[in-house]
Design a protein around this ligand. Structure first.
Ligand SMILES: [Zn+2]
Length: 380
């Protein structure tokens, strides 16, 4: 026996009473069938309703050939009270109804078909088979919100097979009967099985938050109602924080960030110049020698390499420059202008708990040994 779909008639039923017709173990869960239910089963891109049956949380709701199965951790019998997680359901209704409105208006402007729809508890996405310009989307958003302020009715019904044949609607199905048609007066007619708001005013603000090219068409992310409000709150707080950090007026934060970015780039450029100067000065301070050179220096990372590179003109033998200390170990750069260093590097790594290597007669790595031991190894 098909389950009576209370949400079909009235999407605003939050609590209901029902008779348990069957309760069977399926895997680790019980599959409960009721004579009637206000729980919408997963379908048409919308997740299953959440809530409780007889005080037991409903984990999932699925439909098979008109029979709706509620999945729970405990068994149920007799008459049970169903309670929907209304906050979740209403938010889904707002976003789902907003999607109809946006799709209907886009269809009217471009003839585009909606090729995908997905609704989670954080995100609503819809995709169309034609490219949609930013200008058109701005216009669509404006018209969709105007339709919300008009507060027109949203109605669902099952037209006769005869009427269905002549009816023009989006998401036209092969089916010739039992097709649920959802109409938003003056804006959209579409086949859909899910619960919607009763009037467009209940949708609240509709915001197209993002658009991307998708399979030759366009994918949109929208937020409606409470979710749009929550996102507005989040973004406003972010903007206020940035405004506070930059001491800039809220409406001038982008130019303030741009200015900051420019100043950062200049500072980085200046820093590179200063580093080069510091390295050149350090190289100039080294006495030229035909022998080897070993030093512990204040340079780190790439500066250490540049320092070793600079020393090639002043040191005839092997150059070993280090940074670090006995407790955390030493990072090294080993180089030489003429002498082949790689056999020595290999030997040093083995003797000083080191690792590393290189090319073009320049090696980088680390030693895990005290400075005295490193000095003794190179005997410099
Ligand atoms: Zn729908």
């Amino acid at each position: 026996m098909k389950t009576i779909r209370l949400f079909d008639e009235d999407a605003f039923i939050k609590e209901f009473e029902a008779q348990v017709l069957s309760c069977e173990m399926q895997g680790k869960r019980f599959a409960v069938v009721l004579d009637q239910t206000a729980f919408f089963p997963e379908g048409g891109g919308q997740p299953a309703d959440c809530g409780t049956l007889g005080g037991v949380p409903v984990l999932d709701v699925q439909e098979k050939e008109g029979v709706i199965f509620h999945f729970l951790k405990s068994a149920l019998a007799g008459t049970v009270q169903g309670v929907l997680d209304w906050e979740k359901r209403f938010s889904r209704m707002q976003n789902h109804s907003g999607e109809h409105l946006v799709s209907g208006i886009i269809h009217r402007h471009t003839g585009a078909d909606n090729i995908s729809f997905s609704l989670s508890d954080t995100e609503t996405t819809l995709a169309f088979n034609v490219p949609l310009s930013a200008e058109l989307l701005a216009q669509v958003e404006r018209e969709a919100n105007a339709a919300v302020f008009e507060d027109v009715p949203i109605a669902a019904r099952y037209p006769s097979a005869q009427e269905l044949e002549s009816l023009t609607y989006r998401s036209k199905l092969e089916l010739t009967e039992h097709v649920r048609i959802v109409s938003i007066e003056g804006y959209d007619v579409c086949a859909c099985c899910a619960p919607h708001c009763a009037r467009t005013g209940q949708i609240g603000l509709i915001k197209i938050v993002q658009s991307e090219s998708y399979k030759g068409g366009t994918k949109l992310w929208i937020q409606c109602g409470f979710r749009a409000l929550e996102q507005y709150d989040m973004l406003l707080q972010q903007a206020k924080d940035i405004s506070h950090l930059l001491c800039a007026k809220l409406e001038r934060i982008a130019p303030a960030v741009e200015k900051l970015k420019g100043a950062k780039e200049q500072a980085e450029y200046d820093l590179v110049g200063l580093r080069r100067k510091r390295i050149a000065e350090a190289v100039a301070a080294v006495e030229p020698t035909a022998g080897n050179y070993l030093a512990l220096c204040a340079f780190t990372g790439d500066e250490l390499r540049l320092f070793a590179q600079g020393l090639k003109e002043k040191v005839g033998g092997i150059i070993v420059v280090l940074e670090g200390d006995d407790s955390s170990g030493y990072r090294y750069v080993i180089s030489a202008k003429e002498t082949e260093i790689m056999p020595l590097v290999k030997e040093a790594n083995a003797a000083l708990g080191g690792k590393g290597g290189g090319r073009d007669n320049m090696a980088r790595g680390s030693f895990c040994a005290p400075l005295e031991q490193i000095k003794a190894f190179f005997a410099m």
